[in-house]
Design a protein. Structure first.
Length: 229
């Protein structure tokens, strides 16, 4: 999700004085931020309908202030897409992920970290629904941008390698899968503890792909512990 802030709706309800919305609010963008934060809290609490309602209010304000083609508007579209995805409203999720991506490409350019995030989110959406060929192209775009902009030991970069490798696995491209998964493992070995679950799963997935390479076996995929980390 675009907002990496772990909050709960109870946090806001316990300090409601900081979140009072009044007709005399002079700073509309501050109001949009309040709606956005509270919507994120509701989303994290699993209260999706409340989150959608508040994200829509934030979207309306930001469109009035900045217009449709603005990075702040794209952020709310991405947040809405996350909630609709969680609700399994796939049509709306796809629509809003694409809106966020298109705005970011136009306003921020191809080589921007938020553009990479949109490519990644949309790829994850398609991969989760079994559209691995579409997902592969989008994950590759996210990886290309992240390789240019991020540290070589970034966990976001590792995630791009991992998910691209998993797409190739599902597409029977075992050598490419192995190569990408290996890059993910290398990064995670540097950044994470030896006992970290994400690292252990990544290593296990790499071993499973290696079996296909060594045996030339194109069998079922069920032995992989997880598709996405």
């Amino acid at each position: 999700m675009t907002n990496n802030i772990m909050l709960t709706s109870n946090f806001f309800e316990n300090d409601i004085s900081k979140l009072v919305f009044t007709d005399s609010e002079k700073n509309e963008e501050m109001s949009a931020e309040k709606y956005n934060y509270l919507a994120t809290a509701y989303y994290q609490d699993g209260l999706f309908s409340r989150a959608i309602s508040l994200y829509k209010k934030a979207l309306e304000i930001r469109k009035n202030i900045f217009g449709e083609g603005h990075a702040e508007t794209a952020t709310v579209y991405a947040n809405l897409a996350d909630v609709y995805f969680s609700e399994q409203d796939l049509e709306k999720a796809s629509l809003f992920y694409r809106k966020a991506l298109n705005i970011r490409i136009e306003i921020l350019g191809e080589y921007h970290i938020q553009t990479a995030e949109s490519y990644y989110d949309l790829a994850y959406f398609y991969a989760s629904n079994g559209s691995f060929e579409v997902a592969e192209t989008l994950f590759a775009s996210a990886l290309r941008i992240r390789k240019k902009l991020l540290s070589k030991n970034s966990l976001d970069l590792a995630s791009s390698y991992m998910h691209l490798g998993m797409c190739h696995y599902q597409l029977f491209n075992y050598q490419k899968s192995y190569d990408y998964l290996l890059e993910a493992v290398k990064i995670k070995e540097i950044v994470l503890r030896d006992t970290d679950e994400n690292l252990l799963i990544a290593k296990q997935n790499l071993k499973e792909v290696e079996k296909h390479l060594s045996k030339g076996n194109e069998g079922i995929f069920s032995r992989l512990k997880k598709l996405f980390l």
